[in-house]
Design a protein around this ligand. Sequence first.
Ligand code: NI
Length: 444
Amino acid sequence: MLPMEKVLRDPIHNYIFIQHQIILDLINTREFQRLRRIRQLGTASSTFHGAEHSRFTHSVGVYEITRQICDLFQRNYPSKAKDDGLWDDHERLVALCAALLHDIGHGPYSHTFEHIFHTDHEAITAEILTSSTTEVNQVLRRVSADFPQEVASVIQKTYPNPQVVQMISSQIDADRMDYLLRDSYYTGTNYGTFDLTRILRVMRPYKEGITFHISGMHAVEDYIVSRFQMYQQVYFHPVSRSMEVILSHLLKRAQVLYENNELDTAITPHLLLPFFENNFCLSDYLKLDDGVLTTYFIHWCESPDKILNDLANRFLNRKPLKSARFNSQTARLLPKLRILVNEAGYNPEYYTATNDSYDLPYDAYDPTSQKRRTQIELMQDDGTLVELSTISNLVAAITGKVSGDERFFFPKEMLAESSQGEIFAPIYKKFQNYIKNGRITALK
Ligand code: NI
């Protein structure tokens, strides 16, 4: 315990209360401070300009919600005998550390970066916790020799106490509750708000994890609806997705040039070379942040390679690709559209893409999934549990209903009118014949 608790000011939780020396020391480690330099939402700030908040601010927020849950559990449901299914406050420190460190393995633009360079933020999280080379590990080991592994097992969901695991990762956990409220606040959208205080009040421990008292059904319902809205309106936004496409093609282009010895050596991206060579270690990974990548993108804006140069400019100066929806019937037109893009002078490998919002690392509430952590269960007065969508018509209506939103991305120039580059005008026109109201349609 700290002699005097410390507080951090926070726009979502007002105060974040730091009560343990270990927590304060973890926040002050090199690996944790690095999270200040990595944005939580990556390319979403190109759509919602306020969304510049960092993984640091989200991580301390998840810590604070977990701390509040521990306090409520200890006050209202303290364990009196072994295995009585109530809250054992000896679990508090491991829960708080896991909450604080659950995202420590993220790097800049994690989702895209992982896709291109095959890094894995979950494996890296475990490594940061358990490798004796990190400051985080040194702090955790002060608790006990096994403690780093215990904290890692909570994040990996193998820790024996399901209450601790579900606090950090389940359908209504401290992680999601913080990111929904925080992302909603910083994007300036109101969809993500819900009554956190009420949800925490109806939350309770039981033998197999965490459940909610039936009287809190409407608060839980509202949380599910907010989450649904945030996915549709913010996380799946086509412009942010298009900026992700540009980013991933930009990194891919740089790697291809490097492999062919064609990357301009005047601007060698030293910190990325271990990733281009697929031979990186933890210390290479920990050197990366949003600023490092931005610096190389600025250099690449002057690359003699036209594609690298152009993609870097599009990314930095926010020139998103356009997109159109397609479905199983119109998917057959995609090869034709790629040929037209190619004829207009854009290499389709770098200037087109298809993606589905299902590719994004967010998921909707779907109680039919087999995994246990996908259920939200409410406890009725007689102690029996009932799954949320069976008693809430509202939740039943949106369950599993998130549309895949499959899109084809292409350069905005393809929608240009004939004025620029007369020579291409007929190609543009041909292309435009296939796009109606943001959808790909067959020619009549
Ligand atoms: Ni998180």
